[in-house]
Design a protein around this ligand. Sequence first.
Ligand code: FAD
Length: 494
Amino acid sequence: MHPLLTDDMTSPSSWICLLRPCTAMKLLLDGCCKTTCWIFASWVNSVSQTPRGESVAIVGGGPAGLMAADVISAAGIPVHLYESKPSIGRKFLIAGKGGLNLTHNESYEDFVRRFGSRCSEVAPLLERFGPKEVRKWCRGLGVETFVGGSNRVFPSDMKAFPLLRNWLQRLQSQGVEIHTRHRWLGWDSAGKMSFDSAEGRYCVSSTATILALGGGSWSKLGSDGRWVEVLRQEGIGVQSLQPTNCGFDVLWSEYFRSRFAGQPLKSVILRFTDSRGNVFERRGSCVVTEYGLEGSLIYAASPLLREEINACGTARIVLDLAPDRTLENLQERLCAQRGSRSLSNHLRSRVNIKGVEAALLRECQLSTNTPSHRAEEWNNANALAHLIKSCPVRLESPRPLDEAISTAGGVLFEDLDERLMLKSRPGCFVAGEMLDWEAPTGGYLLTMCLSSGFAAGHGTMEWLNRRVMEGWWSRPWHFRLFMVTCSRNCIRRV
Ligand SMILES: Cc1cc2nc3c(=O)[nH]c(=O)nc-3n(C[C@H](O)[C@H](O)[C@H](O)COP(=O)(O)OP(=O)(O)OC[C@H]3O[C@@H](n4cnc5c(N)ncnc54)[C@H](O)[C@@H]3O)c2cc1C
């Protein structure tokens, strides 16, 4: 069985009607046995009602679109994949630049919890195609995976290119037709899909459609979020796109910005309590940038920080710059006689606070205190120890969507059925980052894109299957009788 066909697809009644004529003939010639003829007869039964020229159009050549194409083409259904860029999988390839983090090796419950308020919607999708299936899928493409630091899962060579190359080869062998430089514009008045291509504008009709257009970040790679307006005009609910896994602006002084931009704050604890009482506390690293703060620790807190800024205008985090020392230990060490040493030397020799961390203490003290209070705090060992343990930083705004690693917001799950089909547009499915979910970095993003592509692919097949069956029952009774008689005769002859 093909790795992407699930158990429910092993029942002939569910997929036989999806076979292409050539596939059915091949089966017949290969093994002319009773079973084969029965399959052929069933195929005659069902395909005779399949509309001629039936095909599936998938828009978007990212991991979600490619996964949907893989699932559907594996069942022998013609697939046309449209992509606005000259090549496929650009963001997937960029994701592989610093090591392609495919998924995460933690308990299923913990994995699902990372999707926050959307975990109940994504759980059924991840149950069918979750972290284990991602690794199996990877192996099926000839690439082994390994569990690296912090339980993150990577391909053995850390790269995206070999995986994408093997994947595209498989899709080609399954007959997927890829149309690059085709920008989807929306639907025309007759419901056909409208494309802008090198040959100009033209319309395409397909039996079913899957939209996998990505989010709105890194638009140079193709996903620019322009689909939001198109879908809203069609009355489809879309939550506004917002940055997530993103950096934040801080009003650094010119002195701090010019000297310390690019320097990492290694192993600090970020603590944040929002105005609704939600608490975030984690140890990790971040980087001081020209405009503020960036890096994995900041990304992890970004949904809470973004929402706080939306609600209150700013968000105040505190950083523990000496997580391995207690407050008492710091107080004790800083109380020691300073003598003629400068305060910087005192901080470095007594508590190992130096460089960007020492400068950050000064920076944050400058921005929060009056001059007299500043001098007092700076010369008071107890106050200084407190400042090291909870150095306040005020975040002004998230960085623009285009710079973010991923996008929050998108097509509302409430407007989709459990197969990811738009309730208001039967036959049109949605997958990937354009759905309204968000998750931290760590392999959750790709897993969810693959998982929703898988669900949309199977949802499409189920919908096509049901449509064929409904078509069969709507045929006149004498036509149905004729077809059944033909099939029975065919079986009896064997
Ligand atoms: C720098 C970076 C590093 C990342 N690293 C990781 C990582 O290590 N692990 C992880 O899990 N995730 C990572 N991600 C996130 C991950 O790459 C994305 O979540 C994922 O690629 C989204 O998949 P998608 O198929 O939904 O959309 P995309 O990959 O964005 O694909 C959408 C496709 O649709 C096409 N398209 C858009 N509009 C149209 C249109 N109108 N007509 C035709 N085609 C259109 C686009 O050109 C694009 O090719 C990273 C992201 C970035 C930016």
